[in-house]
Structure formats: structure tokens, C-alpha cells
Design a protein around this ligand. Sequence first.
Ligand code: S3P
Length: 434
Amino acid sequence: MTQFICQPGGSIRGELRVPGDKSISHRSVILASIAVGVSQVTGFLRGEDSLNTIRAFQQMGVEIEREGGRVRVNGAGLNGLRAPTADLDMGNSGTAMRLLLGLLAGQPFDARLVGDRSLSSRPMQRVIEPLQKMGAIIESETGGRAPLQVRGGQRLKAIEYDMPVASAQVKSCLLLAGIYAEGETVVREPAPTRDHSERMLSGFGCEVVSADGEIRMRGGQVLRACDIDVPADISSAAFFMVAAAIAGEGEIRLQHVGVNPTRTGVIDILRMMGADIEILNRREIGGEPVADILLRCSKLRGIEIPPELVPLAIDEFPVLFVAAACADGVTRLSGAEELRVKESDRIQVMADGLTILGIDNQVQADGIVIHGGSIDGGTVDSHGDHRIAMAFAVASLAARNEIRIRDCANVNTSFPGFAELAQRAGIRIALDAE
Ligand code: S3P
């Protein structure tokens, strides 16, 4: 096991580029694998989650070469995947498991998806149920948990589906199954969620129509190879945004960050709290908006987080809770029950850690109330959740004493090299074996 040991204080400065977007990295390999022709991906995230996705497609016979962040995928075409000879191990990644389940539902062969302890306890019924409506045959453990066994050779029929949860993973899973289904797949979302799948499908030449919360796509469309430049992950950049906001002094420029409007809730929330954020050099690269983000330290105030921003900042709440802990006044979050079924129960695990660090908070079924205060030191447990580990490392900038964070190895799932980059930026972090 790995732990972070963070000395209190420090300032934040410099210019840095965080690793590639995890959501876009997964999708680039998935779509390139079933496209016709060779796709080149640059800026690919070398994290364990996205590397597992590469491995899964290699197991299904796709020729994929990787050198650092450059990935070359020789697409097998819509019907060119081969039966894997072993289980497909998705590790810690809910995105990989849910998206692959959709794709596998329409294949002529059987496959079995497995994951680590955290992933094996996460809800999969939300994708199994609509896939079964399309005609898929999937067996799961009790309560719709992984391992998941998919029976191939089923003829899928497109469905119209009103998603009960605002989940880009469910939407993307159904679109991937929809490629193999007869008819037009229609997915309606209760609130906007990240739209990387729709954008990338269009980039691969597939017609997808999105309007008023409804996404429509005809089955059987051929995907044509295309090159993808993966922007830096705004979810990883968020740690440095909050770091710059709460550090006593300094400023940071984050380069080439994906600023797709379905992902920028963290910027809106931090600005409402009083953060000084400038978005510079906006441009569009491969169908995704990209910009540099400049942040200066500022006094934050507690706010009521607007519920419509929750899906647009869903992965950033652990570090936003740290911002709330450093703010003047009270921050209230509601409508965020989804946080309980992420890599850990992010409401409870963050609340436990904040309490240890002396921050008064009240847990609620669908959110939390955090009273801004003074962060002390102590030993907190990340429960193997990468974003919790990194959030508490950021908290050390405003702490009065050392913070030890346990069970941090999974930081490599989304942000390899975090400790080194954080150190360079001014966080007093060291890695240690537990
Ligand atoms: C993701 C969607 C989100 C997010 C996850 C990545 C994706 O999950 O939390 O880290 O790539 O589609 P939900 O869509 O289930 O909220």
C-alpha cells in the first residue's frame, strides 16, 4: 500500500499540463477499435483505467500499439472483434465496465467482465436492465454486481429509453449497444451529462442527433478511423484549481484543458465561491473545446451548490469539499446521491476525513453540509479512491499540521505522476510505503 505524507502549507505556482482526459481516452480506444482503418490518438491517459481498456481490446484481437501517450489503433471494423480467451479485467473503472458491456451485448461471442473489489460492488443494474430490454443476455452477481457474463449472438433491437439517473456511462453504454441494434436508439437524459461519446461518434462519421435532452442514433452505421487529440483532463486539473484558490499565495496556469460545457461545473462552482479564474486561448480540437485556465489565490465563501451543476461537476466534489472546508461560511450540496456509488461512497468517506481534520460537517442522504473552518492535521483514509486521496493532498496547503493519507495507490488509475507534479507545483507531498 502507498500513502501520501503531506506537510502543511506551501504555495502554488507555475504552468503545467495534467494528464489526458480519462473519459475521452477510454472512448478513443473503444471507437477506434470498431472503426475501419487506422486511428492515431495523442495525449492518451497512461492511467491504469484507460490502459485496461487497451488491454481488453487487444484481448479481442485488435492491433493496438502504444508509445507513451501516442496510441495507434488498427480498427477491426464493426464485426471484426474476436472472442477473448480470458476474462476482461476492468480493474477500478466503472466507465470501462459499463461501456464495454454495451458493446459486448451486440457481439457474436460470449465474454466475462471482472473488476477489483470497488468495481465489483458498484451498481450495474442501471445498464443491465435497458440492455436486456434490447435483447441482451447478461448474468450478474446478486444485485446486479460484477462479474458480468455476456451471452453473445443475440439480435439487439433499438429501444427508446428514459434514463432514471443522469449518467453519461448509461447513455454511452446504450449508444454502443445501439450501433449493433436494429432500428434507432433513443436515449433521454433527465439532466445534461458529458457528451464525449456523441461528439466522438460524429468524429468517426456516425450520425448522432442530440436535442433537448434526447439523443438519437441509427444502428448499423459504419465508423471510419479518425485521429484524436485528447485534451488534459479537467477532473485532474480541478485539484490544482482548488490548490491555487486555497493556497496563501501564487497562481497557476493549466494548459490545454478540455472545457467541454458538460464538464465545466467545477469552474462555475468555484467562481460562485469567489475564485479568480480566467479561461484563456479557447480553441476547438477534434470536436472538443480546449483552453488554458489561469487561477489565482482568493478568499472563498460558502455557497448553496445549484443542483443542475451536480452532473457537470460529478467527479470534482471531493476536491470541492476541500474548497468548502477552506471557505468562509457554510456550503450545502444536495441532489448528489450518485456520489455514494462512485469508486467509494464519496459523501461518507470525505465527511469522515474532514471530521478527522477538524472540519464540522453534516452528512445527508443526497449530499453534505460543510462549515468552513481551519484544517488541522491527522491520518485520513482514502478507501482506495483516487480522487479522495488527491483531494486531501490539496487540503494540506491550508492545513496547520501534517496530513497522512492512506491507501493511495489507485491515484495511478487516473493521474499517474500526481505526487511529482503536485510537488513541482508547491504541495509538500511525499510518497511512502504503508
Ligand atoms: C464518466 C461518467 C461519470 C463519471 C465517470 C466517467 C464517463 O459517471 O463519474 O468518472 O466517462 O462517462 P456517470 O455517468 O455514471 O455519472
